[in-house]
Design a protein around this ligand. Structure first.
Ligand code: NAD
Length: 278
């Protein structure tokens, strides 16, 4: 079990902003992003900071987190940013970090459940009637623990923090078009179907507390993960997308902002995939 110690390491006070808005405009709203130290999470952090949000960035990679928070602060002067080194699979630490966020910011308005991992593999391999390999329970569970259980824990604690700080809230779960089922992704597809379903259930449960929930299901987006692929595989993949290219992290970030700012989006899964479907 991974444990991380606090305190947070970066705090830059917001200047000249007011807290008077009642609609879900982003100015001065407190946005928590898990896995916010890289890829899509960092792009969403930049998009929402530019719109005036205060950021609580959670990530298990402490070095990456420290660098990303420094970059975010540099790119968004005057915006309040705190980094929290936490493994979202640890229930105690997740409960503790939302308490720290409440102490540091006084409220929580938005959670983006973005932290996620891939551990791809076939369910089994067989030739001539002989089974040679199986996906281990550990390989399956490691993805479920981070992508599904981690999102559950953060969603639960964020909702509690929104309610106790008497704030309207929005929770966005980052799913994937792989939620429909994909070769070599028993674990990942199951986790991404799960986070989409939780968003729908949470919308139904939490609307009475003025909390909306939704999910984003991206297709293939250019991040470090895709940059690590072989160029020929990447080119093949791009050709499969009807618009002829991979998505940009910025395009997913704009989708998150659209959901947050539109009070009538609730319980829906928005696919952003250039027309690629599974
Ligand atoms: N990139 C894509 O094409 C794509 C497509 C569909 C869905 N997604 C989903 O979008 C999300 C972000 O993807 P990305 O491409 O930016 O990935 P990424 O690997 O670049 O970023 C994921 C971040 O999550 C952090 N993280 C991992 N495990 C954690 C844990 N246990 N606790 C806290 N933080 C943890 C990592 O340190 C990392 O900073 C993921 O949920 C992913 O499944 C990505």
């Amino acid at each position: 079990m991974a444990r991380w110690t606090f305190p947070v390491f970066l705090s830059i006070l917001a200047l000249g902003q007011n807290d008077s808005e009642v609609s879900m405009e982003l100015t001065n709203k407190v946005v928590v992003i898990t896995g916010g130290a890289g890829g899509l999470g960092l792009a969403m952090a930049n998009e929402l900071a530019a719109a005036g949000a205060k950021l609580a960035i959670i990530d298990s990679d402490q070095d990456k987190l420290e660098n990303s928070c420094a970059d975010l602060a540099g790119a968004n002067p005057g915006v309040e940013i705190q980094g929290y080194a936490v493994d979202i699979t640890d229930e105690e630490d997740v409960m503790a970090v939302f308490q720290y966020i409440l102490e540091d910011f006084g409220q929580v308005n938005v959670l983006i459940n973005n932290a996620g991992i891939l551990r791809d593999g076939m369910l089994l391999k067989a030739k001539d009637g002989v089974v040679s390999d199986r996906m281990s329970l550990q390989q399956f569970s490691s993805v479920i623990d981070v992508n599904l259980a981690g999102s559950f824990l953060c969603g639960r604690e964020a909702a509690a923090a929104m309610i106790t700080s008497k704030q309207a809230g929005v929770i966005i779960n980052i799913s994937s078009i792989a939620r429909a089922g994909n070769v070599g992704q028993s674990n990942y597809s199951a986790s991404k179907a799960g986070v989409a379903a939780m968003a729908v259930g949470w919308a139904k449960e939490l609307s009475r507390y003025n909390i909306r929930a939704a999910a984003i299901a991206p297709g293939v987006i250019a991040t470090d993960m895709t940059a690590a692929m072989k160029p020929e595989a990447l080119a093949r993949l791009s050709q499969m997308v009807p618009v002829g290219r991979l998505g940009e992290a910025q395009e997913v970030a704009k989708t998150a902002r659209f959901i947050i700012e539109n009070d009538y989006i609730n319980g829906r899964v928005i696919e952003i995939d250039g027309g690629l479907s599974m």
